[in-house]
Each structure stands twice: as C-alpha cells, then as structure tokens.
Design a protein around this ligand. Structure first.
Ligand code: SAM
Length: 422
C-alpha cells in the first residue's frame, strides 16, 4: 500500500469552522432522532421507553449475565451480534465520532522535568506539550496554564520549548507544590493563586503574544479560558475540556455557540453528565467497589419502592464511612433511617440484597444502549465550545491529543486569533 492510501484511511482532525459545523449538525440530527434511547437512565426507572418497540433487543439485553454486559461495555464493536437497532446505532456512532489526532511534535525531544509526574498524567502532559509545539504559531512569549493544578503542563512546556509559562490555580497549596516542582528544573514558570472565574483577578498578558493551554479544566473553567483568550487577545489556545456538567448556576445548560443554541437539544444535568460516566480509567478494585455499592443502593431502592409505591429511584445521601464493612441489612437500615425512608415490614435482607445485585446487572445490560451516546454527546459539547471561538472570529480545529486509554477526555480544541498565522 502506498503512502497516499495510508493517508486516505486515517481520519483527520476537524479543521475549520465549516468542518466543525457540519459535524455538529450531523450529531444534532442523530441525537434528536434517537432521543428515546438516551434520555431515560436505566437505574432511575425500568422498563426503558424504547423497550416496548424493540422487544427482541430488550429480551437479549435483559438475559445478559453481568460479565458479558461488562465485556460489551469494554468492546462495543461486539454489539454487532445484538438484535436491531443496536448494531446500527453503534455503527452510526462510530461514523459520527470518528476523530483524528491533532498534529504533534515528536515526544522524544522533551526534557526531564516530568520526573515528578507519573502514569497517565505524564502521557497526557507529554501529548499536550507535543500538540502545543505543533499548533501554536510563532511569536508566543507567554503561555498561560489555565487551572494548572501542580503545574506539570506549564512546567514541562517551558522546559521543552523555552517559553515562559504562568500557571493559574485557585488552590494555594497546589500553587506552592507547583513552585517547588518547578524550582528543581530550568523551566521558567510562575504560579498565581487565582480564581479564574473572577475576571477581576485575570492577569494582564501581552496581546497577541500569549497562548492559553488547559488540561482538563472542568466545564465553566474552560469557558472562562476562552473568554480570557478572546477578550485578552491571546494568539492561540489549546484546551482539553472535561466535566461538562460543571457549569455552576446553569440549569439547563445553554450551548456556547450560535449553532449550538439553535440545535434544539435540551441540556439537563443527567445529559451533561453522560459523557463523563465512563469507567475506562477506573481500576478493577474501584470498579468492584462501585458495583457493590450500586447493588446495595438499588436493593435498598427496591425496598423503598415496595413500601412507598414509588415508581422511580429515590436519591440517597452520602454513604457512611466504612459502609462496606457491615452487611446489607445494616446498610439498608442506616441509609433508610438517615433519609427517613420506610422499609417494608418483615423484609428479607438476603433476598433484597440479591434483588439489588440483579437490578445492577440489568442496569449494566440495558445501559449498553444509553452508553453508546457518551462520545456523541462529548464531541457535541466540545464542538459547541470550539464554535464559540469561531463565532468570535477565531480559526478553530478539534482533534484528539492522545489515545483514549491515556484519558477518555482526549479531545482538544485549538483556536487561533484571526491575526495569527498558523
Ligand atoms: C482536573 S484538575 C486539572 C489540573 C491540571 N490542569 C492537570 O491536568 O493536572 C482542575 C484544576 O482546576 C482547579 N480549579 C478549580 N476551580 C478553579 C477556579 N475557579 N480557578 C482556578 N482554578 C480552579 C482545581 O483546583 C484543579 O487543580
């Protein structure tokens, strides 16, 4: 196969407003058309709205043992064996969310100050630094590391590219750690304890000679980065958003772009949380603990439904410390007492616990349908934010900056001020 053929089969990133708008439009149509499949959450109430219309799929999923449901969550391509319309939905999701990598400079040249970063964070930082090197235009004198945490990104960027970086971080303790880590390197970086949501505290930066990077600044924090960049005349941004539901005071969420607002999707909190409901990075032990907790919560909920006649899940408060060391009966009595919820007289703890775990199995199995919509929603939300920059006259691109095994939040927005040549 010649080089050209290889190039053709690889997926490019989305580059330019027209590309982004076309994809956002296609995703919007798909999400509106498939609403019954993603709107209801299986743990909240069963049966799901689509089950009556698709009895073969419903029965197939309901019969899945937990380990098979887990395996299918891990490898949705195997859902091609499922009854319709699931295989078609999976194929359409794959088509609509195909996304290529952003350009990246080679990693090998990066110097050592990662020494204090390990594991996936190291790979995320390396990948974003490599992308920054490839996409930022010439003439950048200062890079602002937005919500920098311990400053790994800014420190590494400075050491790799010799640029001065300024980390903004609300947590003063993290800022101190960031300074200590940077002190042992030749990176030229400063860290400022700042609430980035308070524009009064935004630092003055050299217009058109500043770039903004942000690694996993949650929802509203990435929005603030874009405001800062547009209003402060930054030259470029490279932002990898996460936690889309973190938009304090906004319910429903209002899309950021003109096209997004015209789309006609309603953004309640469960929908905004859908993209980040993934378990890709959780360890097996964490997943087991969550599963155990979930089974118990659902077992208790079934008891509450039996005694109150409620038709939907009743949210419970936080778990008491050491909850998992007791048995289900202790758990149920404690939680029900704390929330003033009645339990049926003479309830059988063993049966109730087994019913909870079986409900958790059903939720995992039927959830195979709703979970297919995580990536489409995530990409929609990322494109909407990128188009907000395009609405301000910026050039934009969206692509991946690393593999999903490194972080499931692997999409990044690149923006260039209209005066910047790439
Ligand atoms: C998910 S962490 C990402 C940290 C860092 N960018 C990284 O990838 O390691 C989000 C960071 O945002 C900071 N943060 C949250 N709200 C903030 C605010 N209003 N202003 C500044 N920083 C904030 C948190 O303290 C946390 O360090």
């Amino acid at each position: 196969m010649g080089e050209l053929a290889v190039f053709r089969v690889s997926t490019p990133p989305l580059d330019g407003r027209a590309d982004l708008e076309a994809r956002l439009g296609a995703l919007t149509t798909f999400l509106l058309d498939t609403q019954p499949f993603w709107q209801a959450r299986p743990f909240a109430a069963l049966p799901l709205p689509w089950e009556a219309e698709h009895p073969a799929l419903s029965a197939w999923l309901r019969a899945l043992p937990l380990h098979k449901a887990d395996a299918l969550h891990a490898d949705p391509a195997r859902l091609r064996e499922a009854p319709g319309p699931l295989p078609g939905l999976v194929a359409e999701v794959a088509r609509l969310t195909a996304m290529g990598p952003l350009p990246a400079a080679p990693h090998a040249a990066l110097p050592d100050p990662f020494a204090r970063v390990t594991g996936r964070k190291l790979h995320q930082v390396q990948a974003l630094v490599a992308a920054a090197e490839a996409v930022f235009p010439d003439g950048i004198e200062l890079v602002v590391d937005w919500c920098c945490g311990k400053g790994h990104l800014g420190r590494t960027l400075s050491a790799a590219q010799g640029v001065v970086t300024l980390g903004l971080e609300r947590n003063a303790e993290l800022c101190r750690t960031a300074r200590d880590l940077a002190a042992s390197t030749d990176a030229r970086c400063a860290f400022l304890p700042t609430d980035v949501l308070d524009r009064e505290h935004w630092p003055a930066v050299p217009p058109l000679r500043t770039a903004v990077v942000g690694l996993h600044a949650c929802g509203a924090l990435t929005d603030a980065a874009m405001h800062f960049a547009v209003e402060g005349h930054a030259r470029a941004v490279l932002l990898a958003p996460c936690c889309f539901h973190h938009v304090p005071g906004e319910d429903p969420f209002v899309p950021r772009s003109v096209l997004g607002r015209a789309a006609g999707l309603t953004w309640d909190d469960p929908t905004l949380r859908l993209p980040t409901l993934e378990e890709v990075v959780a360890s097996a032990a964490v997943r087991r603990r969550r599963r155990h907790e979930f089974g118990w919560r659902l077992g208790l909920d079934l008891l509450v439904q039996a005694s109150t006649g409620a038709q939907a899940y009743t949210p419970l408060g936080p778990l008491p410390p050491g909850w998992h060391r007791g048995d289900f009966q202790m758990f149920a009595e404690h939680m029900a007492g704390a929330a003033s919820l009645p339990l049926p007289p003479g309830w059988d703890p063993a049966r109730a616990e087994a019913a909870g775990h079986d409900r958790a199995r059903l939720v995992a199995a039927l959830g195979l349908v709703r979970s297919q919509f995580r990536r489409p929603f995530e990409l929609w939300l990322v494109l909407d934010r990128a188009l907000r920059l395009a609405d301000a006259g910026w050039e934009v691109a969206v692509g991946t900056f690393c593999d999903r095994e490194v972080t499931p939040r692997n999409l990044a927005i690149v923006g260039w001020h209209p005066a910047a040549t790439r």
